[in-house]
Design a protein around this ligand. Structure first.
Ligand code: SF4
Length: 907
């Protein structure tokens, strides 16, 4: 009897007897009963209260249900929240593994202050009061002395949609730094210059053909919400092609794997555009109506007839060089690839969808042209904003704002947006050590929050040098629930709540629809439901762990206790003037006043909007629908009809970007192809040179946040070098042996995995592991980090693993059962910064030399020369096109976090 033939067994409250079970439905959440597996064979019932919250392990913001034991008040497990519109009850492995993070025996439970030298590993417990007074005093002094740019908040995973931005705006500080330029700046720049929104939102639900330039099913952006919709689409007959140099898990579910040379993807897509143009498989009505083809003709064919027919004629001439033969040679793909993609896109028409986020765009100099070329295919096929097509993300995301908004500041912080990168999307975050040195500048208060640049960013050793230097960093405050490589060099480590220990509002463009999710501290909400008493998270979280929103409000009131700076009023209770807002007041105000449809939905259930969100954890905001072309302004069409347009300066889809042209990249003002820094022409294969692809994630890990999860670490803890058999033979490498991979500023020693899952000439290594710590007891999760020594001499660093991961003794018996030893290699340390001169994105792919390990090399060795890293930084800076243009630092229309007043844009 197959599984499908089994008689239906439906647990009360479970959604479906046949599909993978999703969480219990809400009417059962107050008293959900399960048998205690530990008590078996006794049938002992355990009663749970299910509290909805939101996962914090990646950006997808899937809904979780915390099962809180009604007897003990302990969270026993996490499952998916079935009423969350984005994730629909499903999670990936990382969602349920949140329980490991909550119960992590090594988590930081009290505020810590450094003793001795930075990085020395000595800490003492301090009170929150002492930490707040010290930090607030410094920030107040910076504000009063007009040194606003000396305060910086640097975030890795925001996990929320507005709170900190609004707070910094209230402080009047241009001090928001992010991780965007080591993540997605490149694709964002490409999409933004086409349609004014910086992300695509595919509608898989009605697509006929999906082209994925991303490893979506296991690790891509909006991983679980997208993955489930891609598989549903596949079951309905949607064809799927994946462009990825590496055989990803996604590829194994595709109809076609296109393994192109890294960095050649734009050439491939423009080859498809040429094919569509030559077949005249074009939605002319759409192209004529919605692209700025007239601007293109004015710029490039001013003496021509100015007709649409002339535009098409010029398009054909422009892209004629991207023949199928050229693509096969340039991209190293199978003959017939271009024709196949053109067939599928032409057949799908307006029901062609795609996704690109990091992947190809993030690896390469000019990677943003991959996004420009991909959207070009959507424009030609008329599949922008259509059912089954591709939406601007702004249609499919709803981020409510508090009713009281602080005015924009009028400052410009060169440490974030230096003149050399006027189009950067966004802050030049990974250059911070170089910029401080270059600008002879410092930071008085530097917050890092869910951000681990020493390990994550390229060139991490310059970060160590910066963090050690009191002339560069006055005070480093690491806001983190766990140790990280970077927190080792902090002055304070302040324990912030994990995902189920904090409040945030989140929304993501997971599908053609809009929703908000409410992350709430589970312990606090359980206590409130049981007793009716609303406490703070400091009172309900483990130890002295605080949630960020309450911490920031307390800090703001410490900076401006009497309101004289005009700051604290943005976090003041309406009911109790002169006192800080509570979380119920803050979020209640937003839910009542800023979320359309929510007050009505709440009223139907006889509850307040806040109670509704605390009860369900998510709300489907009424959807504006597709084919609505809303944007910044109105567009006058040739017909004289006026209709709201896209968020570009013209309101049209900007095939020709006047912005790109005017700001120094005229040749690339239309979708074009730039050779990557790892183009095959630049490699001497005979000498062992190869392209290194270091950008891929592991499905069960997420950057710096999964080290404290024992289940996830047991599944994934190494990052071997993927080497094609032909390369292994040519390079003298054997499966399981050690290789030395030499970059421009150093080398790393890694284990070899010989596999046909990678393009010949290319090697690949995941960036998700290779965690390390300097001290035995502090600085990193013992189950995920190796203990290292750093030998330093004249600007060089040699990291050598002293002890591998080993079993250790705690209250959790599993820590004594650790059976793995290797933790991978921190390859990012050996990468120089390679900032794309237009988007500002770090171009991750590396030109490397691969050889068998040298005598004396040990697994995990990392060597870096920071003098050389400074030279490489200067070499890339020569490629930039600095501001001003027309007296501006940056085009006025281009967005940026904490957008200042127009005055600040003028130089
Ligand atoms: S996809 Fe992301 S948000 Fe969703 S369960 Fe996995 S880690 Fe959590």
């Amino acid at each position: 009897m197959t599984e499908k033939q089994l008689p239906p067994h439906k647990e009360p409250g479970r959604e479906s007897p046949w599909e993978l079970a999703v969480g219990p439905s809400p009417e059962h959440w107050n008293d959900w009963v399960e048998l205690d597996p530990q008590a078996w064979p006794e049938r002992k019932e355990r009663h749970y209260r299910c509290v909805p919250t939101i996962c914090f392990n990646c950006e997808s913001a899937c809904g979780l249900l915390a099962f809180v034991d009604k007897e003990t008040g302990d969270v026993e497990k996490f499952e998916g929240n079935p009423v969350h519109p984005g994730s629909r009850g499903r999670t990936c492995a990382k969602g349920p593994a949140t329980i490991n993070q909550v119960r992590d025996t090594e988590r930081i439970l009290k505020p810590l202050k450094r003793k001795g030298a930075r990085g020395g590993g000595e800490w003492e417990e301090v009170s929150w009061t002492e930490a707040l007074d010290d930090i607030a005093g410094r920030i107040r002094a910076a504000i009063e002395e007009d040194r606003h740019e000396d305060v910086m908040y640097h975030v890795g995973r925001p996990g929320e949609d507005h709170f900190v931005m609004r707070m910094l705006q209230a402080w009047g500080i241009d001090g928001h730094n992010s991780h965007t330029n080591v993540c997605s700046a490149s694709a964002r720049f490409g999409f933004s210059t086409w349609f004014g929104a910086d992300r695509p939102s595919p509608d898989y639900s009605e697509a006929k053909f999906a082209l994925l330039l991303s490893a979506h099913l296991e690790t891509g952006h909006y991983f679980n919400p997208h993955a489930q919709r891609i598989i549903e689409a596949k079951e309905r007959g949607t064809k799927i092609a994946v462009v990825d140099t590496r055989l990803s898990n996604t590829t194994t579910h595709a109809d076609r794997w296109i393994s192109s040379w890294p960095g050649s993807e734009a050439a491939l897509l423009l080859g498809v555009a040429r094919e569509l143009l030559s077949r005249d498989a074009i939605d002319h009505a759409f192209v004529e109506r919605w692209t700025n083809w007239r601007a293109f003709l004015e710029a490039r064919d001013a003496d021509g007839p100015g007709t649409y027919a002339r535009f098409i004629e010029l398009l054909r001439a422009e892209y004629d060089r991207f023949t199928p033969e050229f693509v096969v040679d340039e991209c190293k793909v199978e003959p017939g690839t271009v024709e196949y993609l053109a067939d599928e896109i032409a057949a799908a028409g307006s029901r062609f969808t795609s996704h690109l986020w990091r992947n190809a765009a993030s690896g390469n100099h000019g990677g943003w042209q991959v996004a420009r070329a991909l959207l070009f295919l959507h424009v030609l096929s008329g599949s922008v904003g259509t059912p089954g097509g591709l939406n601007p993300n702004s249609w499919d995301k709803f981020a409510p704002k508090p009713p009281l908004t602080p005015p924009p500041h009028s400052r410009w912080n060169e440490k974030l947006f230096p003149k050399e990168f006027p189009l950067a999307h966004y802050e030049m975050s990974f250059l911070l050590p170089h910029l401080l040195e270059h600008q002879e500048s410092k930071l008085d208060v530097y917050f890092t929050r869910v951000y681990n640049p020493v390990w994550t960013n390229p060139d991490g050793c310059t970060w160590i040098e910066m963090l050690e230097d009191p002339d560069r960093i006055g005070l480093h405050v690491a806001l983190s629930p766990t140790w990280s490589e970077t927190a080792q060099w902090a002055d304070y480590v302040l324990p912030m709540g994990l995902g189920p220990e904090r409040h945030d509002i989140m929304s993501q463009e997971t599908h053609a629809g809009t929703w908000i999710g409410f992350r709430q501290p589970v312990g606090r909400e359980f206590h409130r439901q049981e007793t009716g008493e609303a406490l703070t998270t400091l009172e309900t979280n483990p130890g002295e762990v605080w949630e960020e929103a309450e911490f920031w409000i307390a800090l703001t009131w410490r900076i401006d206790p009497d309101g004289s700076l005009g700051i604290s009023k943005y976090f003041e209770s309406k009911e109790r003037p002169g006192e800080p807002q509570t979380m119920d007041e803050y979020f209640g105000d937003i839910f009542e006043n800023s979320v359309p449809g929510l007050p009505e939905a709440a009223e139907k259930e006889g509850v307040t909007p806040l109670e509704y969100m605390r009860r369900y954890g998510a709300f489907a905001v009424p959807y504006g629908g597709q084919e609505r072309y809303e944007g910044e302004g109105e567009v006058e069409l040739a017909s004289g009809e006026r209709k709201a347009g896209f968020g570009t300066p013209s309101g049209l889809l900007e095939f020709y970007s006047p912005t790109i042209s005017e700001w120094g990249f005229d040749e690339h003002a239309i979708p074009n192809y730039l050779e990557s820094q790892v183009n095959w022409r630049g490699l001497d294969l005979e000498k062992g040179e190869r392209a290194l692809l270091p950008t891929f994630r592991l499905p069960t890990l997420i950057h710096t946040r999964s080290a404290n999860s024992k289940w996830l670490q047991e599944i994934s803890h190494t990052n071997p070098l993927w080497v094609h058999p032909e390369d292994a033979e040519a390079l003298g490498l054997v499966n399981g042996g050690l290789a030395r991979v030499t970059t421009e500023i150093g080398y790393f020693v890694v284990r070899v995995w010989v596999t046909e899952g990678i393009h010949p000439g290319v090697v690949a290594c995941s960036h998700h592991v290779g965690r390390w710590r300097l001290h035995r007891e502090v600085g990193g999760a013992q189950l995920a980090t190796s203990l290292v020594d750093i030998h330093r001499e004249d600007g060089t660093f040699l990291f050598r693993q002293k002890e591998p991961v080993s079993p250790f003794s705690t209250d959790d018996p599993d820590t004594s059962r650790i059976h793995w030893k290797e933790t991978g290699v921190n390859q990012n340390l050996t990468f120089p910064v390679q900032p794309d001169p237009a988007s500002g994105m770090h171009c991750w792919h590396q030109k490397v030399t691969v050889s068998p390990a040298a005598e004396g090399d040990q697994y995990g060795d990392v060597f870096v020369d920071t003098k050389r890293s400074r030279e490489v930084f200067q070499e890339w800076m020569k490629k930039t096109q600095p501001a001003p243009v027309g007296g501006l630092r940056r085009p006025l229309w281009m967005n940026r976090p904490l957008k200042p007043t127009e005055d600040a844009y003028r130089l």
